[in-house]
Design a protein around this ligand. Structure first.
Ligand code: XMP
Length: 327
């Protein structure tokens, strides 16, 4: 079946619960008609788009959907656990959880160049996904969380880009139920499907994950420091009403150390760099004016709780001149 990638003129913007419910009802019928009693495969990262696709397909075809969650070791603290909890435990989904942490980190060992790191992560992801797909029998469809801006930004190329990575004998028919929706509409639909707010309204997170925030060659100890410092930042932003207000916030850790003092002794540690920005389109961004007292508190927590970190810096650079991520 050919999918339509053009949003029809006059298609109503889904901005109420009623419209989201109507979209869900219509999609469930369409998906059931398209898929019948066949099986569908979905790479479920836990991001907004793939989570909403999963919830929609679970509603439409239940266990005929096979979700594969690849933990590549570059996810934020608690994310793989949340995917398992929400989809396997609460929504009773058919979920294959793949612990590929060692595989990814071994492949990335010693690689400092950002583009090389991205390529390794992308290629390894496809390899792991392909291996899992081969273990499964009778899959005819591949679901993807393609959304309308993906198509607008790439003339439809990205819609097929992901499957492009799979070998010839593993080509599936595509299922892309969100392909005509904007991000705010996807969130509305996710809400209406009962997904947790933390999943539906979460801030953007790059595909290569913490791999772009553990600067230079990734080491396990520094990656852990990025993950722990990020968790503290997120926890404190949530507690202080900044979650959902600030567009994107995170910690990056460069691969150099400076000297510090602890318990009367000099020791070397990494600096943790906090970034908190606001933007509408990620093309330009301004820096959030995070209250000083909160920054002090976060600094105290990170330096006390995160092994290997002895300084905390706050990035005051807008985009341009800086990019949002440090890589
Ligand atoms: P920059 O750093 O280019 O980031 O100002 C703009 C937005 O894109 C995200 N970003 C990425 N997303 N893969 C992704 O999926 C990447 O390699 C990547 N690099 C940056 C970034 O988090 C920000 O939201």
């Amino acid at each position: 079946m050919e999918l339509n990638y053009k949003r029809p003129d006059g298609m109503a913007r889904i901005n109420t619960k009623e419209l989201a419910d109507a979209f869900i009802e219509e999609q469930v019928k369409e998906l059931q008609a398209q898929i019948g009693d066949k099986k569908v495969l979905l790479a479920l990262s836990g991001g907004v788009d793939s989570s909403v696709v999963a919830a929609l397909l679970i509603k439409a075809i239940g266990k005929q959907l096979v979700c594969v969650h690849v933990n590549h070791g570059l996810l934020r603290k608690g994310e793989p656990e949340q995917v398992v909890k929400v989809f396997r435990d609460e929504m009773n989904a058919n979920l294959v959880y793949v612990d590929a942490v060692d595989r990814f980190l071994d492949k990335l060992a010693g690689v400092a160049e950002p583009e090389k790191k991205r390529k390794i992560i992308g290629a390894e992801f496809i390899r792991v996904f392909e291996e899992e797909a081969r273990k499964l029998d009778g899959i005819e469809f591949l679901a993807q969380g393609t959304i309308y801006p993906d198509i607008l930004e790439s003339d439809g190329v990205k819609a097929h880009h992901n499957v492009g990575g799979l070998p010839e004998d593993l080509q599936f028919e595509l299922v892309e139920p969100l392909r005509l929706l904007y991000k705010d509409e996807v969130r509305m639909v996710g809400d209406a499907l009962g997904l947790p707010a933390g999943m539906v309204y979460r801030q953007p997170f790059p595909g290569p994950g913490l791999g772009v925030r553990c600067l230079g060659a990734i080491t396990r100890d520094r990656l852990e420091a990025v993950r722990e410092a990020d968790a503290i930042l997120r926890e404190e932003f949530a507690k202080n009403g900044l979650e959902g207000k600030v567009w994107q916030y995170f910690v990056s850790i460069p691969d150099f150390k400076s000297v510090g003092v602890k318990d009367g002794k000099r020791y070397e540690g990494w600096p943790a760099i906090i970034r908190a920005v606001n933007t509408t389109d990620a093309m330009s961004a301004t820096v959030e004016e995070v209250p000083y007292a909160l920054l002090h508190h976060i600094t105290n927590r990170i330096t006390a709780e995160v092994a290997g970190v002895n300084r905390v810096l706050f990035d005051l650079t807008p985009k341009p001149v800086g990019t949002i991520e440090w890589e």
